[in-house]
Design a protein around this ligand. Structure first.
Ligand SMILES: [Zn+2]
Length: 144
């Protein structure tokens, strides 16, 4: 049975942000949040449950998310690794609702909010567990 989830609307995005804020305040990610997250962005089409579970698996891996900031422009992106392939990374820009993974096209064509990489980046950020690097603007371009 597929559970309905909130479609991609300003309300759903606000609700996700509110959840991230309370994770940040609590400093931990408890099971209580999983239900809410699953309702918000857990399922879409045939990819049932993969977003939340995938993000949680990424959180359990060390160095799965890195925030890279350009020294001068202060632009930033997140590099998030693939769940299965250790040496495969995707570029995520949560504020622009973007991820370079193949699944993201399906996210955009559905009414889901995020893929597991963007969610993992947002949760890692909320937990204050981000690995951060500052690079020159030239090097930043190579990452993006
Ligand atoms: Zn992705």
């Amino acid at each position: 049975m597929s559970q309905p989830h909130l479609p991609y609307t300003p309300r759903a995005v606000d609700a996700l942000q509110a959840l991230l804020n309370s994770v940040a305040e609590a400093g931990e990610f408890t099971d209580d949040y999983i239900m809410v997250l699953t309702t918000l962005c857990g399922q879409f089409g045939d990819l049932e449950n993969t977003v939340v579970m995938g993000a949680l698996r990424l959180l359990d891996m060390s160095d799965s998310v890195e925030k890279i900031t350009a020294e001068r422009s202060r632009r930033y992106l997140y590099k998030v690794r693939d769940i299965e392939m250790e040496n495969m990374f995707y570029v995520c820009r949560p504020s622009q609702r973007y991820c370079s993974c193949g699944k993201f096209l399906q996210v955009l064509s559905s009414d889901a909010i995020v893929c597991e990489h963007v969610l993992a980046a947002q949760l890692t950020g909320a937990l204050g567990a981000l690995k951060e690097s500052v690079v020159s603007d030239k090097d930043f371009l190579e990452h993006s």
